[in-house]
Design a protein around this ligand. Structure first.
Ligand SMILES: Cc1cc2nc3c(=O)[nH]c(=O)nc-3n(C[C@H](O)[C@H](O)[C@H](O)COP(=O)(O)OP(=O)(O)OC[C@H]3O[C@@H](n4cnc5c(N)ncnc54)[C@H](O)[C@@H]3O)c2cc1C
Length: 452
């Protein structure tokens, strides 16, 4: 008699859900994935206008590598070796992302990446995708879901052994799982939103700016970043307030759009021939942080990705941490035959770190907006690079630990704070030594001039 495979329903075939499905199938589960949107492979652009590209870094790469997808993903990505910062005074500077060859990020189109992971998951005989199928209810104690076709039609009930909520920041699985329980939930909207714009390839067929970098236009009231694409174009995200004197609401005419760009990002305006049309046509997206607990219910329900921990996008870690969730969850399922214990171990291993990631992502918003072009920031980044070269095993910047290693986020922050204290003490020591040397020189000079 063949042993029954345990059944998992994954809700959401975004980045986290598709990769989770692949991991779970390889761990021996029978997996059904329900996704309310159409198949990403047939939809040219996402219905909600989120045809964004994302920076893939060490954590995401490790999780993709573990299931053999990394090489394919890298073939479809553009390496970003550092940031090109376009300062408001017209100064343009390159800031490398690291000191070693591999310390780079990779720009990849979200829809292309999802399609690739869905293809890989679907190639597993144990995985079935149901697109256009929306979760409407969950009974957390029996792992029973109700799903309804988005184009109408009757609701179906499916009972599984485990339900994985990978349904994003406004997760329905989370709501049903936490309903009526002692659950913590904090949701914070940034007063700023974002809109996607394009720097198309030049008329000569060549990129209009250096391609292998993330371009950043800092600014206290509006910030823009641009990721490179394989065809030589760049996809920009313009961030500014939703409402107020400087805001998306105030950009209500072609003149207002042009004046806004001319004043704040003059070198970008000339790179964006479709600027005014895109500002009208593209929607404004929201930016949300969610901190919540619990992430699981008994051995029946578990959350991954944005459903468990949505963060502002300014550290480029939302997808990377969602992929890391899949890897860690898989490791916990392997280590604990008792699934309730595995889910508890997963939450304990992840939550303290994703809470820190939320903090880091908010802090990086301020850095990208206000500091990235200032002397203090560039000098401290340069000092970090020198120390990383001189003491490769003992020194790593916070950025390098977050982006180029899989050091858990809270451990990276704690180490960076220790390093800061050392630098401050060394700085104070140097200042005292320099002060004593100057004082000694002055005294010696006086002695010489007074004959004492
Ligand atoms: C502007 C911007 C830039 C970003 N840049 C980066 C970056 O450079 N690097 C990085 O690592 N991250 C980045 N991120 C974050 C990243 O996009 C998210 O963290 C990631 O998409 C989360 O994946 P997910 O699968 O958890 O959620 P989602 O991608 O939101 O997927 C959830 C899926 O669930 C489906 N769903 C929802 N409800 C239901 C339901 N009831 N029934 C069925 N299906 C449902 C949705 O349709 C969706 O497909 C960025 C985000 C933004 C907004």
């Amino acid at each position: 008699m063949t042993e029954r495979r345990e059944r998992v329903v994954v809700v959401g075939a975004g980045l986290a859900g598709s990769l989770a499905a692949l991991y779970l199938a390889r761990r021996g589960y029978q997996v059904d994935v329900h996704e309310r949107r159409p198949d990403p492979r047939s939809a040219l652009t996402s219905p909600e206008g989120r045809s964004i590209n994302l920076g893939l870094s060490a954590r995401g790469m490790r999780a993709l590598d573990e299931v053999g997808l990394l090489a394919d993903v890298l073939k479809r990505s553009v390496p970003m070796r550092g940031r090109v910062v376009h300062a408001p005074d017209g100064d343009v500077r390159f800031q490398p992302y690291g000191v070693r060859e591999h310390e780079i990020l990779h720009s990849v189109l979200r829809e292309e990446l999802i399609a690739l992971v869905v293809d890989a998951a679907e190639a597993e005989p144990a995985v079935r995708f149901h697109f256009g199928s929306r979760l409407t209810r969950l009974d957390r104690d029996t792992a029973t879901v109700e799903v309804a076709p988005t184009d109408g039609g009757p609701t179906t009930r499916v009972t599984a052994d485990l339900v994985v909520g990978a349904d994003g920041v406004f997760s329905t699985v989370r709501q049903h799982m936490q309903h009526g329980r002692r659950a913590d939930y904090a949701q914070e909207f940034l007063p700023w939103g974002y809109r996607e714009l394009t720097i198309p390839v030049g008329v000569d067929g060549r990129p209009r700016v250096r391609l292998e970098a993330l371009h950043v236009w800092p600014g206290h009231e509006a910030l823009m970043v641009a990721h490179p694409n394989r065809d030589g174009s760049l996809t920009c995200s313009l961030f500014t307030a939703h409402e107020g004197p400087v805001s998306f609401a105030a950009l209500d005419s072609p003149e207002a759009v042009r004046a806004f760009f001319r004043q704040r990002f003059p070198d970008a305006e000339e790179l964006m021939p479709d600027l005014v049309e895109e500002m009208t046509a593209h929607p404004v997206g929201h930016l949300v942080t969610v901190r919540t607990a619990p992430w699981r219910h008994a051995d029946r329900v578990v959350l991954v990705g944005d459903a468990a921990h949505a963060v502002y996008p300014f550290y480029g870690q939302g997808m990377n941490s969602a992929f890391e969730d899949c890897l860690v969850l898989d490791g916990c399922l392997a280590a604990h035959p008792d699934r309730a214990a595995a889910l508890a171990a997963y939450e304990a291993a992840r939550k303290p770190h994703t809470d820190v990631l939320a903090e880091l992502s908010t802090a990086n918003f301020v850095d990208l907006r206000d500091r990235v072009h200032r002397f203090g920031y560039t000098a401290s980044a340069a000092a970090d690079r020198v120390l990383s070269r001189l003491l490769p095993d003992r020194w790593a910047s916070l950025y390098a630990m977050v982006s180029h290693t899989t050091t858990p986020y809270a451990d990276a922050l704690a180490r960076a704070r220790r390093q800061d204290r050392i630098l401050r003490t060394a700085g104070a020591g140097l200042a005292v030594t320099a002060g004593l040397a100057v004082a000694a020189a002055v005294r010696a000079g006086r002695r010489r001039s007074t004959g004492r």
